[in-house]
Design a protein around this ligand. Structure first.
Ligand code: DGL
Length: 267
């Protein structure tokens, strides 16, 4: 038994898509989520910058005494997880292995598409992980440099739809039956993605498998909360706390969430 909270980090509001699935799958667990909105988007930065920024959020979570850390960010998983895992004595769970497993299990025609930030796409982490599971799968990868920031700025359906269309357009004729949302911001506008690719394409949100994997790890390592105290959920951002609460609350279906502003520099 371990009553400490689960820590999650992202460059911004995208982490809420993982928080939501973790709360659903592990309702007795407390969570602490930090979104580094002041420094987003991570997906257009150098690997070194992503490592340095992610390290700050990791330090913040370690100070909160979390029992494990979920990188609720594909960009941080692709660019920073291997380095930071060596630096700390705390289990880190990323999102790309889970998303790849889900994609390999979902496709029927062995054609998968992945849309993600430039950093994630350039790492080819999804392509490698998916092909590792089934070498016969063809993976179309497309980078969407502007989409995460657009989602962070909360636009209307039509604006999002146009941006998603533009982003997916280069691969739209590739006959894929499965689309991986390879950035945790994207599930916040899953409907727009679904409307662009059509109902015959299955959308994979890696967070579902991340929640299952986290459950498995916690069971294996006896990390479950003893449930003698109610689960608590804490939210922090380096950016505007009000905006963060507005997007997060509407996505979680809880308008009462409270978000604290935090400065993660010089921790
Ligand atoms: N949510 C992050 C991800 O999953 C990236 C967004 C960004 O570019 O900051 O990749």
């Amino acid at each position: 038994m371990d009553n400490r909270p689960i820590g999650l980090l992202d460059s911004g509001v995208g982490g809420f898509s993982v928080v939501k699935k973790i709360i659903q799958k592990l309702p007795n667990e407390s969570t602490i989520f930090i979104g580094d909105s002041a420094n987003m988007p991570y997906g257009n930065k150098s690997q070194e910058e992503v490592i340095n920024l992610t390290r700050q959020s990791v330090k913040f979570l370690l100070k909160q005494n979390v029992k494990l850390i979920i990188f609720a960010c594909n960009t941080a998983t692709a660019a920073a997880m291997p380095t930071l895992q060596k630096e700390i004595d705390q289990q880190i769970i990323g999102v790309i292995q889970s998303g790849s497993l889900a994609a390999a299990r979902t496709t029927k025609n062995n054609k998968v598409a992945v849309v993600a930030t430039p950093v994630t796409i350039e790492s080819h982490a999804y392509r490698e992980e998916i092909k590792y599971r089934n070498k016969d799968i063809t993976v179309s990868e497309v980078a969407a440099p502007n989409l995460a920031a657009l989602i962070e700025s909360m636009q209307d359906y039509d604006t999002n739809l146009k941006a998603v269309k533009e982003a997916i357009n280069p691969i739209l004729d590739n006959n894929f039956d499965t689309l991986v949302l390879g950035c945790t911001h994207y599930p916040l506008i899953e409907k727009e993605f679904s409307d662009v690719v059509g109902k015959d394409v299955k959308i994979v949100d890696p967070a579902d498998q991340v929640a299952q994997y986290t459950y498995n790890v916690m069971k294996r390592d006896s990390l479950f909360n003893s449930a003698d105290q109610p689960a608590k959920h804490e939210y922090y951002t380096t950016g505007n706390a009000k905006e963060f609460a507005k997007i997060g609350g509407s996505f979680l279906g809880d308008s009462n969430i409270s978000v604290k502003h935090v400065n993660t520099e010089n921790l």
